[in-house]
Design a protein around this ligand. Structure first.
Ligand SMILES: Nc1ncnc2c1ncn2[C@@H]1O[C@H](COP(=O)(O)OP(=O)(O)OP(=O)(O)O)[C@@H](O)[C@H]1O
Length: 248
């Protein structure tokens, strides 16, 4: 039995097997409150599977995932979302027919109030919050633009906004800058740094220049195991990391 922790997220001895193959193998990882953690590693290392396990999309074969000391491994996906653990998948999944405003509006945490959707009511407070978040994700001038008209990078930003508006303690992003221009990447790096002052953020990323810009602490996965954890400089200088990942 593992004990209580002060970590926001405490993953201990987590394992998942697919037909005998351990995609995540006895993984132990702790994330602090207000931390921005980047997970890197070669294709097939198990990075996305770790997010699938945290979010309940995939069930663990063994081990524990505690969020604010609540055990997540026995919870269903929607219960985990309600507990405050939300994620963005690799490809943007916004509503193409809805405007930027409406996409943010449907992500507003209506359901957290006692009366849930019964109290769905476009109050001044909600409108202000939507505008605030749109501004944070660089879409303040595009509130009336339908999702389908946005560039790929803007769609990624909108989806980050749809997470932000939910105001949870932890957000998880799978390759948030994939397909973005260099300028958009720089803006996103600044955005994520800002977000992590208030919320914990876990990011999976392949773009090392981007990781360099945002990362405080980096975890390197390989074959379902952590092979290195540290600053980007420590990670870059590690011979094993160079061998399996960065040297390619
Ligand atoms: N549901 C599943 N069933 C069977 N095998 C799976 C399943 N999900 C993942 N795997 C396998 O687990 C391994 C880890 O995959 P995962 O997608 O987590 O890697 P990754 O580090 O995110 O890779 P990438 O950088 O390519 O996204 C891979 O070998 C993959 O084929």
């Amino acid at each position: 039995m593992s004990s209580n922790t002060d970590f926001l997220l405490a993953i201990e001895n987590l394992t998942v097997s697919f037909d005998g193959f351990k995609a995540v193998d006895d993984l132990t990882l702790y994330v602090d409150k207000g931390e921005l953690r980047v997970i890197i590693g070669p294709n097939g290392a198990g990075k996305t599977t770790v997010l699938d396990l945290i979010s309940g999309k995939t069930k663990a074969s063994a081990g524990s995932i505690k969020y604010n000391n609540i055990e997540l491994t026995r919870m269903r996906e929607h219960q985990i979302v309600r507990a405050g653990v939300i994620r963005k998948f690799q490809t943007p999944s916004i509503y193409d027919n809805l405007t930027v405003f409406e996409n943010l509006e449907i992500s507003y945490p209506w359901g957290r109030t006692v009366w849930g959707s019964l109290s769905f009511n476009r109050t001044e407070e909600v409108v202000e919050r939507i505008k605030e978040v749109a501004g944070e994700v660089f879409l303040g001038d595009m509130l009336d633009i339908p999702g389908e008209m946005l560039s790929h990078g803007q769609k990624q930003w909108l989806e980050i906004g749809m997470l932000l508006i939910q105001n949870t303690e932890l957000i998880m992003l799978d390759e948030p800058v994939a397909g973005m221009t260099p300028k958009e990447r720089d803006a996103t790096a600044a955005l994520l740094k800002k977000i992590s002052k208030k919320q914990s953020v876990i990011i999976i990323e392949h773009d090392m220049d981007f990781v360099e810009k945002i990362a405080s602490r980096v975890t390197v996965l390989h074959l379902g195991k952590i092979i290195k954890e540290g600053t980007m400089t420590e990670v870059r200088n590690d011979p094993r990391v160079q061998e399996v990942y960065l040297g390619h």
